[in-house]
Design a protein around this ligand. Structure first.
Ligand code: 5AD
Ligand code: SF4
Length: 486
């Protein structure tokens, strides 16, 4: 048993001062919120409800599960939409125009709040780590109740308590932190799979990227804490975990008694009941031979690597501060494929980085031809203020970028259609994830390499791994039937 599941929130003595230590301090504030929820129920004849909207990456998605875990423990119930008593936006700021969307949504929330004056509006996530954003919210969006950042999400209950007592906007942003608070509640979107943070932050400072500025320096969780969390999850029915970090290959570097990512994976592999291990994201410069070996030997690690290349031009890669060349990337892919021949590779590519010429772009196309990615997330370069690349000369003209982007996307999709069909007419294990949204009597799941499969079945299959014969390839997904080849 762990500290969190042993805590009886009803027995916490609120006449005492809040403890200084974490997570006890947050348990105390969760208990306080529960009191407030009780009063709310008495007044309104129902519990307060919450709505969270998450923008951006898997890190944010996992953070939102933690935030929702705290809200639920505090007694809030989930609402169907934004017309809720507590609305939380977990924001992203990777691309310059993402901020505009949030400001737009806030206008709409303000209108809702006028009709429901006790509504609380909270903003958190990467965008809030930018001082000019917080300034703007203080000045022009005075109806917002709580603003916090990426480093202190564990404090949500404390911030709500403060807002209720102080009756004005509560702003709490940390520039960076070394602290990792364990043993707090977390929700799960799926009962049978879960993300697990293994590290936070990023030290790479790719010249286009805002993440190191808003997520702070790299911090790894202790292996014991990670293993204990996954053990708890498996006891609770989880069969697949996604180990999360901006750069999982540098896991462990800041920990005493050095442990590598590959060693961590070996320990996760031993957890009983766990069937599939995924991880993301891998930085090519830090992907070790040891990791390739572990993937080769493992029975549980999925044969899938997300390995962002960003550009195929060594000159542009240097300007991006990626610290590998085109040749090194291709060589790495070669070594991985040799060890794990059926590996599925996916990537991120940015088009139109400052100074990118048609020749540079052709180098990117060449990598796409040579590697033949299962899929690629393609991005138009966004001139993200606050990053070194934003002040570089030779920003590429929009129409040129658009044209390159279209050519790249077309080719990526053609290759993807071919590559994804490679398991056609074979039987593969599928983790069934949900009932099919469109086809009655069908369920939807994923292969180890992450490709989607639809097959006839009912709710009893959800959360189980079944062998499926892949009958028909539809480009990005398969149609199959449970059981062996007919
Ligand atoms: N412009 C375009 N794409 C970006 N990414 C990060 N920063 C930018 C930017 N300024 C992309 C990278 C990264 C992915 C998560 O987002 O490809 O791998
Ligand atoms: Fe951004 Fe580069 Fe860190 Fe990824 S590795 S989060 S692209 S700085």
């Amino acid at each position: 048993m762990d500290m969190y599941s042993e805590t009886d929130f009803e027995k916490i003595d609120l006449s005492q001062k809040p403890p200084r230590e974490e997570p006890e301090r947050q348990y105390y504030y969760i208990a306080r919120c529960r009191e407030w929820v009780r009063e709310f129920k008495q007044k309104n004849g129902r519990p307060p409800c919450f709505f969270t909207q998450t923008f951006g990456c898997q890190m944010n998605a996992r953070d939102s599960e933690k935030l929702e875990g705290i809200l639920r423990q505090a007694g809030f119930e989930e609402a169907g939409g934004e017309n809720a008593d507590f609305v939380l936006y977990n924001t992203c700021t990777v691309r310059e125009n993402a901020n505009q969307r949030v400001y737009g949504r806030l206008g709409y929330l303000n209108a809702l709040k006028k009709k429901n004056p006790h509504m609380l509006i909270a903003l958190c996530g990467c965008m809030m780590q930018e001082p000019q954003v917080v300034e703007k919210i203080r000045k022009s969006y005075g109806f917002v109740d709580i603003v916090f950042g990426t480093h202190n999400i564990f404090k949500l209950a404390e911030l709500i308590s403060r807002r209720v007592e102080e009756q004005h906007m509560v702003v709490d942003i940390w520039k960076d932190t070394k602290q990792i608070v364990e043993e707090l509640p977390a929700e799960r979107k799926f009962p049978f799979k879960s993300g697990v943070n293994i590290m936070f932050g990023c030290n790479n400072f790719c010249s286009y990227c805002i993440v190191p500025y808003v997520r702070g320096r790299e911090r790894s969780r202790k292996p014991e804490d990670i293993i204990a969390e996954i053990q708890r999850l498996t006891e609770d029915g989880v069969v697949e975990v996604m180990l999360l970090g901006q750069n999982v290959n540098s896991y462990g570097k800041n920990l005493e008694g050095s442990v590598t990512f590959a060693q961590l994976l070996r320990r996760v592999e031993e957890i009983q009941g766990l069937k599939r291990i995924r991880f993301m994201t891998s930085h090519p410069k830090d992907l070790s031979e040891e990791l390739i070996q572990v993937m080769k030997e493992s029975k549980k690690i999925c044969h899938h690597l997300h390995l962002p290349v960003q550009s195929g031009s060594s000159r542009i890669l240097k300007a991006m501060n990626r610290r590998y060349t085109k040749e090194q990337y291709l060589e790495l892919v070669g070594r991985i494929r040799e060890a794990v021949p059926d590996i599925s590779l996916t990537t991120d590519i940015i088009v139109g980085f400052p100074g990118e010429t048609e020749e540079d772009f052709q180098e990117t196309m060449d990598v796409v031809e040579k590697v033949r990615f299962d899929s690629a997330f393609t991005f138009i370069y966004s001139r993200r203020s606050g990053t070194p690349a934003a002040s570089m000369e030779d920003q590429v003209e929009e129409s040129v970028v658009k044209d390159r982007f279209d050519r790249l996307l077309r080719r990526v999709q053609e290759i993807s259609t071919d590559v994804c069909a490679r398991d056609l007419h074979t039987t593969q294990d599928v983790l069934v994830e949900s009932l099919n949204d469109h086809l009655e009597g069908y369920v939807t799941g994923r292969l180890g390499n992450n490709t989607v499969v639809h097959l006839p079945g009912d709710a009893s299959l959800v959360g189980t791994i079944v062998p499926v014969y892949l009958e028909e390839s539809k480009g990005f997904y398969y149609m199959g039937t449970a059981g062996q080849e007919p």
